[in-house]
Design a protein around this ligand. Sequence first.
Ligand SMILES: [Zn+2]
Length: 130
Amino acid sequence: MKPKRLPELSGKDLARFWSKVDQKGVNECWPWLGTVALTDNRGNFSFRKGFKRTLKAPRIVYALHFGVDPFPQQVLHNCNNANCVNPHHLYLGDAKDNSVDSDEAGTKVCGKILILQYSQKQMSEKSKLP
Ligand SMILES: [Zn+2]
């Protein structure tokens, strides 16, 4: 499979991207507030107009922070929180590392709880809108 390159992020894309990140302290997890993939519990970021692809939020954060696109390597979490996008908690590995990562730490279970929390939060935010 041919690697797909990361698209250029416009200022607007970046602003939209970071608006979905709950940026906390360097040592804390930064929860992704946007859509989460049910397959791997990772954040999804979709681009509008002419780019109908969804990218993993940790991949974008990694690329922005370290200046390199991690693809085709997987972005893994040393905090075992699949929903986290704090670049200080991310490291690179392959798909095999990733399954070990999530199985050992029970990330899948945590991720599901997080999805519930976020969808509830999003719903309550939506209901506040005029
Ligand atoms: Zn984290």
